[in-house]
Design a protein around this ligand. Structure first.
Ligand SMILES: [Zn+2]
Ligand SMILES: [Zn+2]
Length: 569
């Protein structure tokens, strides 16, 4: 087989399908894509809301709930516990397949009728009503995309048991961490990034197996270091005190100085730990994973983003936790296999095509909300033999009769759900972060837009009036509505409150109160990472060409793996 250059249906740019890609498509018996990798990723993003939640009524009980869907969603929305229960039957919405009409058009009709869960959760939520896209959350608040979070607050993408953490993103098995990004197995680390197996540190970048370090970069097995310089324990403690990292202004000063300091050190071209044959960024224990980002324990993958414990997957955004042969899916995980063009299928789901929110289902085609369904098409169950026959007929029909979307794009068998099938407006999805559009641009491209006029909060205090240290804060802060210091920033919600658990955390960690709302803090952490774009640079030491996401501006000094290993390890 040879590689082939094609023109993307959507952006009209060239893209290449490699021989390995063709082998994969052949193995899973799907037609090669007609969208380029970038447009395919954007399409997966478009089906994914993350941190935007609304208060609305549960259409089953009338109770007020938090939901990813606003009141004007076209379908009924049920509180997640009710959705999972036997109190309603998704099979009652079953439709007959009509071979004369495009299949996806029929799917959309079904999708607009079926009740959906208010927020996405697997397993049990213990005292965690405000957690979205989570598995078994316990006593957690404002936690998104996390597996087994406990006593944690304001977390985005916390995987494999995150305990007592606050304001962290992309963390893996961490405890007592604050403002960390891309850290794994860390304990009591504040403002850490790209670090692993470290404890009791402030402001560390790309450190491993270190403790009691402040303002350090690229250190391995270090202790009592400040600005990469070793001190005695006594000197270290004295200096640490002088840095006043328990004060708001001390931390702000440190943030600026640390960013400047970091840039003086070589940046490894690809952030990978115990991984081989990887291209992209942020790999842990992964092998043969290319053009991918944030992969942990992944083997044989391409075009993956935020996936852990997975094998033999392509074009997959988010999750894993035991996943095998997943293609063109988003938000799928936990013991899943052979899912193609699916969104939100989990807990043992296998052998599904074009399914949306079908936990525990197997052998289904074009189903929505079918809990533990089997041998079903458009939510109607068939015998195993009938299912197989009809499934093959539909695949052939989809190859011949495409669904044509509102932009004139053709969707045949082999393409994921069209953008206009998304339950969300463009600015409610993660697409708007990675590919920001103005309202006009979004509408012009056929996307929906959510007018989220800022609420006018009756604030009782201003962020600038908050005390410098936590010791000066008393419990009355819990009843204050604080005006966000960046209230005019379009990402700010305008105001925020401090919850009891949060106050307890800041006291325990000796941290000052934050002065901006969660949304700003979240975006700031997202912005700490370079964009997901692989560029070519040359190693600052040996000049060999490297592929990296780190731009000259982000990392003036870039090292190839060999030079980095020689200097740092
Ligand atoms: Zn494209
Ligand atoms: Zn080099």
């Amino acid at each position: 087989m040879q590689s082939e250059t094609k023109i993307c249906q959507n952006c009209k740019k060239d893209f290449v399908i490699e021989p390995d890609d063709f082998s994969f498509y052949e193995k899973i018996k799907v037609s090669p894509p007609t969208f380029c990798p970038k447009c395919r990723l954007l399409r997966r993003f478009l089906h994914t809301s993350e941190t935007v939640l609304y208060k609305r009524k549960c259409d089953f009980s009338g109770k007020e709930v938090f939901s990813m869907y606003s009141e004007d969603a076209p379908f009924p929305v049920y509180e997640t516990d009710i959705w999972y229960s036997d109190e309603w039957d998704p099979g009652q919405y079953g439709m007959d397949y009509n071979p004369a009409r495009p299949f996806l058009e029929q799917f959309l009709e079904l999708q607009n009728k079926i009740p959906r869960m208010s927020i996405v959760r697997q397993g049990l939520a213990v005292n965690s009503p405000y957690a979205h896209r989570v598995t078994d959350p316990k006593n957690s608040y404002m936690v998104f995309r996390s597996s087994y979070p406990e006593n944690s607050l304001y977390i985005y993408n916390g995987k494999k048991h995150v305990l007592d953490c606050c304001d962290c993103s992309w963390i893996y098995e961490c405890e007592l961490c604050y403002e960390c990004v891309n850290c794994a197995n860390c304990y009591n680390v504040k403002f850490g990034q790209e670090s692993k197996d470290s404890r009791d540190c402030y402001f560390i970048y790309a450190c491993r197996n270190s403790s009691n370090c402040v303002g350090c970069v690229n250190l391995v097995n270090a202790e009592y270091c400040i600005w990469n310089k070793k001190y005695t324990k006594e000197e270290y403690l004295k200096k640490l005190k002088e840095m006043k990292l328990d004060t708001f202004s001390g931390l702000e000063k440190m943030k600026v100085e640390f960013e400047r300091f970091r840039k003086k050190f070589p940046q490894r071209a690809i952030m990978s730990i115990k991984s081989e044959k990887v291209l992209g960024n942020w790999f842990l224990n992964s092998k043969n994973v290319t053009k991918s980002f944030d992969c942990e324990n992944v083997k044989d993958g391409k075009y993956l983003f935020m996936v852990f414990n997975a094998e033999d997957c392509m074009d997959y955004f988010e999750w894993g936790n035991k996943a095998e042969q997943i293609y063109e899916c988003e938000n799928c995980g936990i013991d899943i296999a052979r899912l193609y063009f699916c969104n939100q299928c989990w807990m043992g789901a296998h052998d599904l095509y074009y399914c949306n929110t079908c936990p525990g289902a197997h052998d289904c085609f074009g189903c929505v909300g079918l809990k533990k369904g089997k041998y079903s098409i458009l939510n109607k169950e068939y015998s195993k033999e009938e299912y197989k026959k009809l499934k093959n007929e539909i695949i052939e029909q989809m190859k011949k009769i495409p669904y044509v979307d509102n932009k004139g794009l053709e969707y045949r068998f082999g393409e994921n759900f069209p953008a206009n099938f998304s339950d969300f407006a463009y600015n409610e999805t993660i697409a708007n972060y990675y590919h920001p559009l103005t309202k006009e641009e979004a509408l012009d491209r056929g996307y929906r837009w959510m007018g989220k006029g800022k609420k006018n909060y009756e604030t009782t205090t201003k962020a600038s009036q908050l005390p410098e240290t936590i010791s000066e804060v008393n419990d009355s802060i819990l009843s204050e509505i604080i005006e966000c210091a960046e209230k005019d920033n379009p990402n700010s919600v305008g105001a925020f409150r401090i919850t009891q658990n949060e106050l307890t955390f800041y006291r325990r960690m000796n941290l000052p109160l934050p002065r901006v709302c969660f949304d700003i803090r979240h975006i700031r952490r997202m912005d700490k990472r370079p964009p997901l774009k692989i560029i070519k640079r040359s190693c600052s030491e040996c000049s060999v060409e490297v592929e990296t996401v780190y731009t000259e501006e982000y990392a003036p000094i870039i090292y190839c793996e060999k030079c980095y290993q020689q200097e740092v390890y």
